[in-house]
Design a protein around this ligand. Structure first.
Ligand code: NAD
Ligand code: IPM
Ligand code: MN
Length: 349
């Protein structure tokens, strides 16, 4: 029988370390033989060896997978051998764009006893539990721009934010639907006081779609103020919808306040289901701790629950979620290795 194929791109730095634990837990939840895993050794080493980041043939092969699991790609920020952005744009963003992964879903949840940098006064307000719906294929990430008079004192560098009515509407609609299945509140975050064109489009479409969802309460925050509310009153958020770059920044902050970047999962969803969706931790390749065996694999593991949910295996997804929750609540301040955390969660599935 033909088993569904899952493409696995462990990538760079701690990527392979956390992906190994994610696969361990995924296989524990659904059995060794439910999926066929096909590994792709892409990333820094592959580029150094071949000069290629992702060729069209591999892209076409990935398109046939049921889903993609990604660790992380990217070199240390100061690297002199690998140009900044080469792997990020050439692999990660290429996949998000080529596979039209319009919704970048990033849940954030505080658990009882959470190790949060927030003050007790803020934590006493309750446990924050919200989802950022980040647009995944447009905005400043579109790669629209360039430089004039490169390398001269008169150089001009531009990145143009691309926002389409279709692209904004589908992600806004997704966020409203999600809010109806949660606590019924949706916050739009943008910066329409300055970005009047893109912001104007977002504002208009948000209002139009809101009219179709009378049961969802809505509000709006400029992104700078949103960063304040995240640390002073995070329980006010249920679902947040925002553009690609604002969503990138807010979700690192959201991770930091809800237990750390090592806990934050994400799903890059192709909502039309024409192409595979991709599941990855929010964090990067963490070159500063790569190879030490101390990376927290929880984010990568939680991303497997998002993967199973997307593929309709809700019961197995819930088991992973419950195992992760139990482990997080239990972990206290004990230092454990990457494999110890993976083993502990697998034992709870
Ligand atoms: P990063 O997320 O890799 O690391 C930020 C900080 O968080 C570091 O101190 C790191 O040690 C820590 N951290 C990250 N994940 C952790 C984990 N699982 N457990 C414990 N600590 C963890 O961000 P960065 O340093 O800005 O980026 C490093 C490289 O990764 C860059 O090349 C960047 O472009 C790339 N990147 C890739 C992805 C991706 O592939 N999805 C995402 C973000 C960054
Ligand atoms: C993320 C990362 C990526 C992004 C980078 C590495 C391109 O930071 O997934 O959050 O900005 O989307
Ligand atoms: Mn990011």
């Amino acid at each position: 029988t033909l088993r569904p194929t899952i493409a696995v791109i462990p990538g760079d730095g701690i990527g392979p370390e956390v992906v190994a634990e994610a696969l361990k837990v995924l296989k524990t939840a659904v059995g060794e033989h439910t999926f066929e895993f096909r590994h792709y050794d892409l990333g820094a080493d592959h580029w150094l060896a071949t000069g290629e980041v992702l060729n069209d043939e591999t892209l076409a092969e990935l398109a046939e997978a049921q889903a993609i699991i990604l660790g992380a790609v990217g070199a240390a920020p100061g690297s002199t051998t690998i140009p900044s952005g080469l792997l990020e744009r050439g692999l990660l963003l290429r996949l998000r764009f080529a596979f039209d992964q319009d919704v970048n879903l990033r849940p954030s949840k505080m658990y009882p006893g959470v190790a949060s940098p927030l003050s007790d006064a803020v934590l006493d307000q309750g446990l924050a539990d919200f989802v950022v719906v980040r647009e995944g294929t447009e905005g400043l990430y579109a790669g629209n721009g360039g430089t004039l008079r490169h390398g001269t004192a008169n150089e001009v560098a531009t990145e143009v934010s691309v926002n389409t009515a279709m692209g904004v509407e589908r992600v806004v609609r997704y966020a409203f639907d999600l809010a109806t299945r949660r606590r019924g509140h949706l916050t739009m975050v943008h910066k329409h006081n300055v970005l009047v064109n893109a912001g104007g489009l977002w504002k208009r479409i948000f209002a139009e779609v809101a009219a179709e969802y009378p049961s969802v309460t809505t509000d709006y925050l400029h992104v700078d103020a949103a960063t304040i509310h995240l640390v002073t009153n995070p329980t006010r958020f249920d679902v947040v919808v925002t553009d690609n770059l604002f969503g990138d920044i807010l979700t690192d902050e959201a991770a930091a306040i809800t237990g750390g970047i090592g806990l934050a999962p994400s799903a890059n969803i192709n909502t039309s289901r024409t192409f595979p969706s991709m599941f990855e931790p929010v964090h990067g390749s963490a070159p500063d701790i790569a190879g030490l065996g101390i990376a927290d694999p929880t984010a990568a593991i939680s991303s497997m629950a998002l993967l199973l949910d997307h593929l309709g295996a809700h019961e197995a997804a819930s088991r992973i979620e419950a195992a992760v929750t139990a482990d997080i609540i239990d972990r206290g301040t004990t230092k454990r290795s990457t494999t110890q955390i993976g083993d502990a969660i697998a034992a709870l599935v």
